[in-house]
Write a protein that binds this ligand. Structure first.
Ligand SMILES: CC(C)(COP(=O)(O)OP(=O)(O)OC[C@H]1O[C@@H](n2cnc3c(N)ncnc32)[C@H](O)[C@@H]1OP(=O)(O)O)[C@@H](O)C(=O)NCCC(=O)NCCS
Length: 218
């Protein structure tokens, strides 16, 4: 699921847990949120703790950074995703060893559904729109969501290394399928720090596209 990386641990949940056990620093970020969001945040943290411990690193609190990213302990890289469809939850986290801060890993899960008017134009560059339109009618929603999900996973992976913003128009996928690469459309400064194209893998499971992306520093 995560290309070119060893020792990866993934944990997922299909039910939310409550947030009473979170640390003070973690609770601070969601104290004004609705109960569902608090539970989603807590379940993501629980999956992340399990994944990090599985790669052999001790976990304390996982507070939130200025880019809304989880702040991971040193020695690992990790990511969280959560989504819901028809009242069913999917929450997952991935962790991988990263002793010298060279690796970013991203996970994303998206519900396969039609994108609202205008949203597809915002998320997909022209070559991706053409690739989706070339699919047979019944595969187009899945195709567009595959592209969206690969980009969201990429964003998390690169952010771990660059702490920088990358927009949907800054990257494109080189095909639509269970594996591929994300390629730069331009020469965004923050992306000069990472090796591109960045490989990704995907799977379709229970109405979701789940993506895994690995990014390495130069
Ligand atoms: C940050 C973002 C990628 C999250 O994706 P999402 O599909 O909305 O939501 P997911 O449930 O998959 O992921 C949410 C989790 O992402 C993590 N996250 C949030 N900001 C993050 C960041 N800057 N870097 C890494 N991870 C981040 C958090 O763990 C969050 O869950 P939590 O708040 O409960 O801890 C998305 O909201 C976003 O801002 N996208 C715009 C940028 C982008 O994707 N560009 C495409 C470039 S090719």
């Amino acid at each position: 699921m995560f290309p070119d990386v060893e020792g990866v641990a993934v944990f997922f949940c299909t039910r939310l847990i409550d947030d009473a056990w979170l640390s003070e620093a973690e609770t601070e970020f969601i104290q004004n949120a609705v109960p569902g969001r608090r539970a989603e945040f807590a379940t993501g943290r629980a999956c992340a703790r399990a994944a990090i411990e599985a790669v052999g690193v001790e976990v304390g609190s996982l507070p939130v950074g200025t880019g809304r990213q989880p702040v991971w302990p040193s020695g690992i890289t990790a990511a969280i995703t959560h989504t819901r469809r028809a009242g069913r939850e999917f929450i997952a986290a991935v962790a991988a060893p990263d002793s010298d801060g060279q690796l970013g890993i991203g996970i994303d899960a998206e519900v396969i559904q039609p994108l609202k008017d205008g949203v597809r134009d915002m998320l997909l560059v022209d070559s991706e729109q053409i690739a989706v339109d070339e699919l047979d009618q019944k595969s187009r929603d899945e195709g567009a969501i595959r592209i969206f999900s690969a980009k969201e996973a990429f964003y998390k992976a690169q952010f771990a290394l660059t702490q920088g913003w990358v927009g949907f128009g800054d990257m494109f996928v080189d095909g639509i399928g269970d594996s591929g690469s994300l390629v730069e459309t331009g020469a965004l400064d923050v992306l000069a720090e990472v090796r591109l194209p960045a490989p990704y893998n995907q799977t379709v499971w229970d109405g979701l596209v789940i993506s895994g992306v690995t990014v390495r520093r130069f």
